[in-house]
Design a protein around this ligand. Structure first.
Ligand code: 5AD
Ligand code: SF4
Length: 430
């Protein structure tokens, strides 16, 4: 989401006549886009501001945008005197005006306002992070208010983009040669546009299911979507994936905990059994769908028995990948008022225990790919070796193989010969 926001800000700034610099030393203005989902991410920005003050001898104007800006607001000026601008999560279309004010000498420019009516979602291809993979936001904000989570406060209420806009953008991206579209949002399956214009010809149990079918019908090579919220995950999503081969075989469905008591304290709005039912639907698809999830360990009040429930659920679900986080208290969230009963040492222990269970499962799943062919979108040279190319499979695995840069941007078949911890290795199939 932050990558998409930076692309959006860059598009706006270029339209307003700004050029993007390659390095802070060459810039008149440096904007830091920030994340506040966990404490560690939030602390990073202040370290970075300190570094900038020391290294950028040209003394650029410094602005903080994104979630930290939205949440900390004016207090950032007190915490970091070098900051001139604080730009909230919905001020993207006003950044150039804010910079003008700072350039005119206004000492502390602040905008925590809402988006304007006709604010742009569209991103110019030159600002995209990749010429082959494009992030397309379909919904922003969150109405769920899980008790641990800062997102509803940093990004405001759910706002869905019109389907016509989304479909036009996807068609343009397809015509530009993009091979993979990621529909993104805090909760994509809560997608609820003001009208169903553009989706008339596409059936579906929910607006998101209809949108998936409509995006698939554009014929773009691959479509992935993230993140899905369990309570709103309708089995018709699985049906749509079965109908359209270009809807990729991967679902990210964060569960956060396997204990009903903790799920309730987290205010997730579902029990473990209901989540299991969703997983059953995903696992009974005709194509094998890769499944990934997020877990928080050490939520306030999490007992050894609660954690055992999480381990059991993870064993059962057999995730292709799992993102594990130690609970991080976020000021202003309901969970921040709960007593943090799990010590740092216990959190670490649980993290390691869960990681090792997942590693065992994941190794088994990855081994299962040996001798199989995967369709891979070649995204660039491998970070490990100049001789290898790297990309993602439709099931969202990192796949490396011996090959040259002429393959970049192509979709190729790779025969898997080796399974690593978090990636697969193979040979190009002609
Ligand atoms: N502490 C730890 N992890 C968190 N996440 C969100 N908020 C917190 C928090 N306060 C995790 C959740 C979410 C992922 C994006 O980040 O697992 O799914
Ligand atoms: Fe946060 Fe819950 Fe919303 Fe996800 S659904 S962004 S965890 S409040």
């Amino acid at each position: 989401m932050n990558v998409a926001d930076s692309e959006r800000a860059a598009t706006h700034l270029r339209q307003a006549g700004y050029e993007l610099a390659d390095a802070p030393e060459a810039a008149d203005v440096v904007l830091l886009n920030t994340c506040s989902v966990r404490e560690r991410a939030e602390r990073k920005v202040f370290t970075r501001i300190g570094e900038l003050r020391e290294t950028a001898s040209n003394k650029p104007l410094i602005g903080v945008m994104g979630c930290v800006a939205q949440l900390e607001g004016e207090s950032i000026f007190d915490q970091a005197a070098a900051v001139h601008l604080v730009i909230g999560t919905r001020a993207t279309d006003r950044i150039s005006l804010l910079i003008e004010r700072a350039k005119a000498g206004e000492p502390s420019v602040l905008d925590l306002g809402e988006r304007g009516e006709g604010d742009a979602w569209e991103v110019s291809p030159v600002e995209r992070h990749s010429p082959y993979v494009a992030f397309v936001p379909i919904i922003e904000g969150c109405n769920k208010f899980c008790s641990f989570c800062i997102v509803p406060y940093s990004r405001g209420r759910e706002k869905s983009r019109s389907a016509t806009d989304i479909l036009n953008e996807v068609r343009r991206l397809r015509d530009f040669g993009y091979k993979e579209i990621h529909l993104i949002g805090q909760n994509v399956n809560s997608y609820r546009p003001r009208s169903l214009e553009g989706l008339e010809k596409f059936p579906g149990a929910t607006p998101f299911c209809r949108l998936l079918r409509a995006v698939a019908a554009t014929g773009v090579a691959r479509i992935k979507f993230t993140t899905s919220f369990p309570r709103d995950f309708h089995p018709d999503i699985v049906a749509a994936i079965e109908e359209y081969p270009n809807l990729c075989d991967w679902v990210h469905l964060p569960v956060q905990s396997g204990s009903d008591r903790i799920l309730q304290a987290m205010r997730r709005g579902h029990k473990a059994a209901a989540y299991r039912d969703k997983i059953t639907a995903i696992k009974s698809a005709r194509r094998r769908l890769a499944l990934t999830s997020d877990i928080i360990v050490g939520f306030p009040g999490e007992t050894v028995a609660d954690f055992a429930d999480t381990l059991a659920l993870v064993r059962e679900c057999e995730y292709d990948a799992l993102y594990i986080f130690k609970y991080s208290q976020r000021r202003g969230t309901p969970a921040a008022k709960m007593v943090d009963t799990v010590s740092e040492a216990e959190k670490k222990e649980r993290f390691i225990a869960l990681e090792s269970v997942q590693r065992e499962i994941q190794n088994r799943i990855y081994q299962g790919y040996l001798g199989k062919r995967l369709s891979v979108l070649v995204e660039g040279t491998s970070a490990r070796s100049e001789e290898d190319m790297s990309g993602h499979s439709t099931c969202h695995k990192v796949v490396n193989f011996h090959g040259g840069t002429e393959l970049e941007g192509k979709i190729v078949d790779v025969l898997i010969t080796e399974a690593k911890t978090n990636s697969l290795y193979g040979a190009l199939v002609n």
